[in-house]
Design a protein around this ligand. Structure first.
Ligand SMILES: [Zn+2]
Length: 194
């Protein structure tokens, strides 16, 4: 039986979150390949809000009050994740309090939430003057003469700096120029590619 057939049968061809019969497709709650356990059938409106194409419409998700009682873990997982994201709403907090998940299912639900929050907390990448991402160990050249304060020399335009180190500030890197380890502003650098 194909995954779609399996899910159609399980859900009686309805969105497993809001019961809509329109535009159903498979949504996979994990990064593993979709299967009957980790996937569920959702409508376009639910899917767009889940993946962030549409903002969460709290009225739409009132339907979770029913669907969260589904016997299928993938549906429980989505109910947990959505209610957590809607937790500024009193009704969503109430439902979340009533939602009991097995330990394994709870971990599964939370793993998806961690994934989302770590994406939004992403540290800004360090980039050179052309927008190329810089990494530890890269080589760069200076695109202008730079006075090196405190070391009393000028680092000339075109100077090659090998084996740079990133710092906690995405606008600064460290590298060795004239035998001295200095901090360089990334806006004056060009990555040596290849
Ligand atoms: Zn739906």
């Amino acid at each position: 039986m194909s995954l779609e057939t399996l899910l159609d049968k399980r859900s009686s061809c309805r969105c497993e979150l809001c019961s809509s019969e329109e535009g159903l497709s498979v949504y996979n709650t994990t990064s593993e390949s979709a299967n009957g356990k980790n996937s569920l059938l959702v409508c376009q409106i639910c899917k767009k809000q889940i993946i962030g194409d549409l903002p969460l419409d709290s009225n739409h998700w009132r339907s979770l009050g029913e669907s969260m009682w589904s016997e299928f873990p993938a549906v429980q997982v989505m109910a947990y994740r959505l209610l957590t994201q809607l937790n500024q709403e009193a009704w969503a907090r109430d439902l979340l309090d009533q939602l009991f998940l097995e330990d394994e299912v709870l971990l599964w639900a939370k793993s998806g939430l961690v994934l989302q929050s770590s994406e939004s907390d992403n540290v800004k990448p360090t980039k050179d003057s052309n927008g190329n991402v810089l990494n530890d160990g890269d080589s760069v050249t200076l695109i202008k003469d730079l006075e090196v304060k405190g070391a009393n020399f000028t680092a000339k335009r075109g100077t090659l700096v090998k084996n740079i180190s990133l710092t906690s500030n995405p606008e600064h890197i460290e590298g060795r120029v004239n035998g001295t380890q200095i901090v360089l502003l990334t806006c004056f650098l060009k990555k040596v590619i290849g």
